[in-house]
Design a protein around this ligand. Structure first.
Ligand code: 5GP
Length: 120
């Protein structure tokens, strides 16, 4: 869909709890919540909480390494918590050709059914 690549996103309102989301994990720096339009029986997003910090993976630099690593470990931890012991997929959509629609970095975690490869 159409995407605004600058300014606050809907995820900031989820972080501030101004709009509801089903939160599955939260710590000081990150938040994980269920995707509103799930593409698998389990589909949640893992995002950094700091507003405007990182709009997309390709805008990151060395200072973001720890944060991105942390988000990846949270993805795995919550996948386990969600019972995805048969496997799951972690995806980052980046930019228009990557089908990114929300310009606040997020990891998709999908599972709970047999996934196919390659993706479309
Ligand atoms: P993208 O296309 O940017 O990789 O992924 C954005 C994701 O955010 C989509 O899967 C979309 O369903 C999800 N999303 C968009 N708005 C909301 C919302 O208000 N609440 C929740 N929980 N998910 C949202």
């Amino acid at each position: 869909g159409a995407a605004s690549t600058s300014g606050p996103t809907i995820f900031e309102k989820i972080i501030s709890k101004d709009i509801p989301a089903t939160i599955v994990y939260e710590d000081d720096t990150s938040l994980a919540f269920r995707d509103i339009n799930p593409q698998a029986p389990v589909h949640f997003l893992v995002i950094p909480k700091q507003r405007g910090r990182l709009t997309q993976l390709s805008k990151g630099n060395e200072q973001d390494e720890q944060l991105v690593g942390h988000l990846m470990m949270i993805a795995s931890k919550v996948a386990k918590q969600e019972g995805l012991d048969q496997g799951f997929r972690v995806v980052i959509n980046d930019g228009p050709q990557g089908c990114q629609s929300v310009y606040h970095l997020h990891l998709h975690v999908l599972g709970g059914r047999q996934l196919t490869w390659p993706p479309g």
